[in-house]
Design a protein around this ligand. Structure first.
Ligand SMILES: Nc1ncnc2c1ncn2[C@@H]1O[C@H](COP(=O)(O)OP(=O)(O)OP(=O)(O)O)[C@@H](O)[C@H]1O
Length: 255
């Protein structure tokens, strides 16, 4: 096992509420890990702590990113954590919806280099840049829509672009937020296949949150279950499905 991301007694309180309660986990670079839990379990807060958007009340986060060493990144700003190799896939914002898919990728590639201030203006015709952006498009199955404005993509392709933008930064870890949300069954299946394929063909480790349990069972090597901020299970899909605490947490949610 190679630990690529690790938390030690990670905790975040909002006033009297403890949204993430002393969570200690290690994410293995060889595994696709899903984080699940009923509404309000603390999944988003946990992601925000990993990516630096929120500071923990206590505890630590370690990342084995570009340096190759497991570094303590607790309290670092999001851009610094991203630069070190942890990428969170975000929805494409309005500024980028007017750009073609390829130009979105170029911007993402440039932003990983020292040339970030120049963005598209000077490097529009940079062949190496175009090629590396095209490589990511090919990896993510987006070559056919390279010249399409992001705003005009199908929902499924927009979600793929989010993953492509993350991959364009050469990350060690990508955090995906409900990658199949809002998709029809065939788009969901395509997304599952894409993530599996990227997991096999790249050095990137994928972590996801997801409400669709069938999708989670299909894609995950390991499942972490949060409930009221606590990590109540950490195991293979079979182990987690057989865990009574997990069933109780989900049944309690439905009552
Ligand atoms: N900024 C905040 N201020 C106060 N309470 C917050 C804040 N952010 C989250 N919480 C609370 O922390 C708890 C965990 O919320 P979080 O959004 O992390 O859960 P979640 O598992 O992502 O839920 P969902 O699946 O519904 O998105 C909830 O009770 C939520 O109301």
């Amino acid at each position: 096992m190679t630990t690529v991301l690790k938390t030690e007694a990670l905790r975040r309180e909002f006033g009297a509420l403890c949204a993430v309660d002393d969570v200690s986990v290690e994410i293995d670079s060889e595994e696709v890990t899903s984080i699940i839990g009923p509404n309000g379990a603390g999944k988003t807060t946990f992601y925000n702590l990993l990516s630096g958007r929120l500071d923990p009340t206590a505890g630590e986060v370690f990342l084995r990113g570009r340096s190759g060493d497991l570094e303590n990144v607790t309290g670092l700003p999001p851009h610094d954590i991203a630069r070190r190799g942890l990428s969170r896939a975000y929805q494409i914002n309005n500024n980028f919806e007017g750009l073609s898919v390829l130009d979105n990728l170029r911007v993402a590639r440039v932003s990983t280099t020292d040339r970030s201030t120049e963005l598209l203006s000077r490097y529009h015709d940079d062949a190496a840049l175009r090629e590396s952006a095209e490589d990511v498009l090919e990896l993510t199955g987006l070559t056919d829509v390279a010249e399409t404005e992001a705003a005009n993509l199908s929902h499924g392709d927009k979600r793929k672009v989010e993953i492509a933008l993350s991959l364009a930064t050469d990350p060690a870890v990508v955090l995906l937020d409900e990658p199949t949300a809002g998709m029809n069954p065939s788009e969901s299946e395509e997304m599952v296949e894409l993530i599996k394929e990227l997991d096999e063909t790249t050095d990137t480790t994928f972590v996801l949150t997801e409400h669709d349990i069938d999708m989670v069972l299909e894609i995950s090597d390991r499942i972490l279950v949060l409930h009221r901020g606590e990590l109540i299970a950490n195991g293979t899909p079979d182990e987690v499905m057989a865990n009574e605490d997990v069933t109780t947490a989900y049944l309690g949610e439905r009552q």
